[in-house]
Ligand binder design. Sequence first.
Ligand code: ADP
Length: 360
Amino acid sequence: ANYSAVLAENRKLHNEVQELKGNIRVYCRIRPFLRGQKEKQTVVEYIGENGELVVVNPSRQGKEGRRSFKFNTVYSPTATQAQVYSDIQPLIQSALDGFNVCIFAYGQTGSGKTYTMTGPDGASEEDWGVNYRALNDLFRISQMRESTFKYEIKVQMLEIYNEQVRDLLSSDGSQKRLGILSTSQPNGLAVPEASMFPVNGTSDVLDLMDTGLRNRAKGSTAMNERSSRSHSIVTIHVHGKDIKSGSSMHSSLHLVDLAGSERVDRSEVTGDRLKEAQHINKSLSALGDVISALAQKNAHIPYRNSKLTQVLQTSLGGQAKTLMFVQLNPEVASYSETMSTLKFAERVSGVELGAARSSK
Ligand code: ADP
């Protein structure tokens, strides 16, 4: 089949609406089939070089079952961690130039959010995700600029679970609820009580990430269960001082591994699970609302509707830069979750595209 006409039309539409798009970039990453997984049939029919994606409904034949999307980039399942990082590196680096940056990973549980942000368990340097690479890189560049700029790089790690904010770097892994400051602070700290540590080299990066991951596991006996239902936020605070002029700047880079976006069947879950699902639902829609309100340049941005958007408030909107990794599971069984993930992605990118139409 020839979808190039549909894709060309979509591209044209995208160029027309580019102006309305605000600052969000959407990068779609498709997870490979995992070792030992038998199923090789995928819902991803086509990946173009300019961010085009065609997804096919496994139970509908013909053109009606196909839908095309366009994002800033679509990664095939063979894309490496290094490739992904090199694409976002300029955004990471812009934190050293004074921009606030938020990078999210969105998708259903098992779609590769943690792989993209952190990397697989016990990752070697080659498999490192965005968090390690970003911290290391910022430290490296700050050293290169040493003769003109004096930088201080500090890290906080938070978890939001059931609308409660928890410190992932506290020495005792404390369960204390943390408060969020509502107005923007001169030092940019939205959660001032949370522990914060300086980064002075790769070993600090590894130690901090290790502590964070251990504390995240401590909250529950079933770590994977819990971590898929909480948001984790690594915040890198950058303070810079121009040695010559003495002027100073502060910026924050937030790296967010969101809770799994899968919908939960209300008839099947009760009690704690239902409560968790409702909290996740609420905060992910609040995030979608904030980003699309920003994209539409609305006067009112509804930051107050979730802890997630409150923590990130000063880094969403204004001059801030936002990037979302939209993670897809390629399996046929995930088709409906994949579609709802893609619809969320379209909504936050401020663009609605029609269904792939036949060129009658
Ligand atoms: P999520 O955080 O969305 O729940 P994970 O990151 O834990 O998903 O990914 C689920 C599984 O798939 C893990 O075993 C992970 O190592 C693997 N995985 C995800 N993305 C990739 C990838 N790009 N390449 C190889 N393995 C991947």
